[in-house]
Design a protein around this ligand. Sequence first.
Ligand SMILES: Nc1ncnc2c1ncn2[C@@H]1O[C@H](COP(=O)(O)OP(=O)(O)OP(=O)(O)O)[C@@H](O)[C@H]1O
Ligand code: SF4
Ligand SMILES: [Mg+2]
Length: 402
Amino acid sequence: MTDDTVRSAADATARGADRAPASTARVAGADAASSGREAPLLAVDRVVKRYTLPRERLFAPAPAVHALRGVSLAMHAGRSVGLVGESGSGKSTFARIVMALERPTSGRVAVLGRDLNALGPGALRRARRDFQMVFQDPYGSLDPRQRVGRIVAEPLAAIAESAPAARVAEALDAVGLRASDAAKYPHEFSGGQRQRIAIARALITRPRLIVADEPVSALDVSVQAQVLNLLLDLQRDFGVTYLFISHDLAVVDHVCGHVAVMFAGRIVEEGPADALFRAPAHPYTRAFIEAAPSAEPAQRGGAFGERAAQTARAPEVAADRAPAAAGCAYATRCPHAQPRCVADDPALAPVGAAYPDSAAAVAVAGGGVTHASAQAPITPHRAACHYADAVARGDAPPRSLT
Ligand SMILES: Nc1ncnc2c1ncn2[C@@H]1O[C@H](COP(=O)(O)OP(=O)(O)OP(=O)(O)O)[C@@H](O)[C@H]1O
Ligand code: SF4
Ligand SMILES: [Mg+2]
């Protein structure tokens, strides 16, 4: 990448890059990917992750945590997905499983059609070229004893490729750092610069997918904006697609055209960001949006900002009861819960007919729709709630559970 390219990338308006056709991407194969002709970039099928905890007493059964309870997600090249949800909902567990850093208890994870958990160690190492991760903590994720050049080169070295200085310099250049920075140590950089180093490390294998777990939440707000704009520039210039995990809905709205909302180890709502933020169809999504700080996101604009600026209508019920063993996991907190909800666990199902704004962008049959401008399949707006359409319209029944 030349200096001129970097400058023009930095000058460009970043917002909305995810919604633009990926045909401008310079990475070989990105065009084919965005056309939807090849396997999905990421296909996660009914992934369950159960952690067994140490026994509290000698003969007591070992307690377990169900971190993921059957999560499915499809991602296509050029369509970044934002994954949001409260603390403990399973977002980082999902990220580690997508990155094959942990194995699922059951279920399947495929990147570009390859089942990651069926690959041997060598094949998995080579497959990692296509997917890399950026972690939350720019201080803890970089080895303080290694020079930056070695840190950035590490993913290439791990797949037994030489990492010529030119590749390191190219990656540093792409994130706005100098080739000479390769000789320095992480402590010589600010938090924002360290996160740029982490992004350069992720970029060096020229991956198709980057999983970013809260990549800006440890940074100052002003630095956050720079790093987000960098991520958007890289998306446009290199055809990278992000699975972007964040607590901050405005950040997700800025970077991603699609959003998935996780609650208690499940995706309870997903779809195009505009549709989901304008007419959330799961009561948890609605409460999550309404609980977010409204002033700043509203100033930042976007469908989430407009939504967050509205007043809350139906506050959650206090979570003083354990979730029901059967039925909807949100029933104990839901302001719309009905007897049916504790008997019958709702599956993700299409919504959209209830509100005209996004109905055109939603396919209710066949599981996908082709977006006219990008020719890439997009996920329809779906929610796991028996009253999703009514919730989206704003006229769901009041709670009738004690
Ligand atoms: N290695 C582990 N052993 C046992 N339990 C775990 C382990 N990793 C995660 N968990 C549990 O799984 C659940 C999901 O955790 P996870 O870190 O994925 O949540 P999260 O959505 O990323 O939360 P946060 O927003 O706070 O980062 C939590 O109950 C957590 O305690
Ligand atoms: S299924 Fe029932 S309890 Fe669950 S979110 Fe919908 S209305 Fe609430
Ligand atoms: Mg986490």
